[in-house]
Design a protein around this ligand. Structure first.
Ligand code: MN
Length: 327
């Protein structure tokens, strides 16, 4: 991996103002990598602003050292815009304006370039990396090595969380020797892996766990036990006062259930408006999602449907049955 410290700081040095940003529906990779990069810049005397869509960042509270974060507005203009964990205009939403208005653009990412790429003056896209945080750790190694121990430790904590996020605690298919090597590096920097795991992966409130539990209680099996359906309706979210779109993952509790061909999780975000998550190791659920304008990957995709629970479940059941007949 190339060290881009010199190239990056040549651009940073000339910039009158700096924005850091990531993809829409930001996650614990892109956003936490922004915290890490802001700290690296700050330690070298450069101020930067993280631009969000106004999402709640409370889940990263244990990592926040007073970051400078502003929600996007259309009057914003920055000289240098650094985009993390994203290489496509399609995933920036309105914040594409930040890129269009910037004099200089930097893109650091670990996704394969597909559609509508963001042109950049400096770009490092390495799909081999577990997370964009991991890519920062290697590509800015010489800048990080010069930091005070406390700052280096903070960066290491952030990088570890980005790996937890993108590997789902070393359980996704991207988990490999390189990921463990990097985790070992971070452990030698003094990170407390168990504490970061608890703080990041297990920090749900009791009401959020009740939301998960009540959703799991709706499990039904179809097609001779091959399809598992479960749902969370709008009334449940209202009753418990949780915002399910924040980050509650209900499907993670049923992934790996034995003997299944597919999982469909139905979440009602407004009355009659359902977000459906499909998971399968056998069927190509991307094709099923595409029937309704959704998308994703072969093994995991999502779509939106309108109607009663019975209607939307009927639709998805028929689609899954046809998909498994084609096999
Ligand atoms: Mn990522």
């Amino acid at each position: 991996m190339k060290d881009i410290t010199k190239e990056l700081f040549a651009l940073v040095d000339r910039a009158k103002s700096i924005a850091l940003t990531t993809h829409m529906n930001s996650d614990g990779d892109g956003m936490v990598a922004c915290f890490a990069l802001q700290e690296i810049l700050k330690q070298r005397g450069f101020a930067s602003t993280i631009i969000t869509d106004g999402e709640d960042l409370q889940r990263y509270g244990f990592l926040m050292q007073d970051p400078l974060v502003l929600p996007f507005n259309e009057d914003m203009r920055f000289d240098l815009c650094i985009v993390l964990d994203c290489n496509s205009y399609d995933r920036l939403g309105k914040r594409a304006m930040l890129v269009e208005r910037a004099n200089t653009v930097v893109v650091l990412d670990h996704h394969v370039v597909e559609h509508n790429p963001i042109p950049a003056h400096l770009q490092l896209i390495e799909p081999g990396y577990a997370s964009v945080g991991a890519l920062l750790w290697r590509s800015l190694a010489s800048a990080i090595a010069e930091l005070e121990p406390a700052a280096r430790r903070y960066i290491a904590d952030c990088v570890y969380v980005t790996i937890l996020n993108d590997s789902n605690n070393f359980s996704n298919a991207n988990t490999n020797a390189a990921m463990f090597d990097m985790a070992a590096d971070l452990a030698r920097e003094g990170i407390q892996a168990h504490q970061l795991y608890m703080a990041y992966m297990q920090n749900h409130s009791a009401l959020e766990m009740l939301y998960v539990g009540r959703s799991l209680a709706t499990i039904r099996l179809f097609a001779e036990g091959k399809f598992l359906f479960l749902h969370s309706d709008y009334a449940l979210a209202q009753e418990l006062g949780v915002n399910p779109s924040d980050y509650m993952s209900v499907t993670r509790w049923v992934q790996g259930v034995s003997g299944l061909k597919a999982i469909a999780y139905f979440r009602e975000d407004a009355p009659g408006q359902w977000k459906v998550s499909l998971r399968s190791l056998e069927l190509n659920v991307q094709e099923v999602a595409a029937l309704h304008g959704g998308g994703g990957h072969r093994k995991a995709s999502g779509l939106s449907l309108q109607g009663s629970l019975e209607e939307v479940q009927h639709t998805v059941l028929q689609d899954l049955l046809s998909a498994s007949r084609i096999l």
